[in-house]
Design a binder for this molecule. Structure first.
Ligand SMILES: [Zn+2]
Length: 230
């Protein structure tokens, strides 16, 4: 018995607690799936597919994940930051749409759907109302820089409605998003790409590309969290 306790103690010592924890939020819900893709698929499902890939990439860097809304049934927007309390970073995964005036109609598999091939690419959003706005911006910039280094191209369509926090790395001020300013920790909203864009929608579902994107996200998160005073 005593040996077992010692062995357990040694194991605990050998496996230190993860250095950081990210609250990884799947944007939108099953009931209200957010944007609808050019082929009629709800944004929630894209977000839900990307989450475990990002989680694995973070785990590979020793960063723990607290899953938020993986089941798509979270009660409210403010329940997300509440569930994240105590984590080091709140990271919300989303897929982008485009304004209605940019959209056209097409028929795909017998369905009349809206699409726009005008803009494609990723973007990042942070709020000046977040109590850790500076760190939020730094984390978003780190993720954007890692995404660019991995070959991903930003979209520019959120400007000027949402001013640049870091133009080079596709980071916008998006001050009034509840999930960004209700948190007590740094918070970043990541838009993976534009699902209204017919080609990008297909790319965003490609497993090899999703893994590369997740790796870039995790690289940025690690760079930011390990540099953060704790
Ligand atoms: Zn969204």
């Amino acid at each position: 018995m005593r040996t077992a306790i010692l062995a357990a103690a040694a194991l605990t010592f050998a496996l230190p607690a993860p250095a950081a924890e990210v609250a990884l939020d799947v944007g939108h819900t099953l009931a209200d799936p957010g944007a609808i893709s050019a082929r009629g698929r709800g944004e929630y499902h894209f977000n839900r597919d990307l989450a475990p890939v990002v989680q694995a990439a973070l785990a590979a860097r020793g960063i723990a994940v607290r899953p938020i809304n993986y089941d798509g049934r979270i009660a409210s927007l403010s329940a997300r930051p509440d569930a994240a309390r105590g984590s080091d970073l709140f990271l919300s995964l989303h897929h982008d749409s485009l304004p209605a005036h940019e959209q056209e109609l097409w028929v795909w598999e017998g369905q009349r759907l809206s699409y726009s091939d005008r803009y494609a690419g990723f973007s990042l959003h942070v709020s000046r109302r977040n109590p850790e706005a500076t760190v939020s911006g730094r984390c978003a910039s780190a993720i954007g820089a890692a995404m660019r280094l991995a070959g991903f191209v930003p979209t520019r369509h959120h400007y000027p409605k949402h001013p640049w926090a870091d133009e080079e790395n596709a980071v916008h001020w998006h001050d009034n998003l509840v999930v960004l300013h209700r948190t007590t920790m740094p918070a970043v909203l990541f838009e993976a790409g534009v699902i209204k864009h017919r080609d990008e929608e297909l790319q965003l579902s490609d497993p090899e590309r999703m893994a590369r994107m997740a790796d870039a996200i995790a690289t940025g998160v690690a760079a930011c969290l390990y540099a953060m005073p704790r």
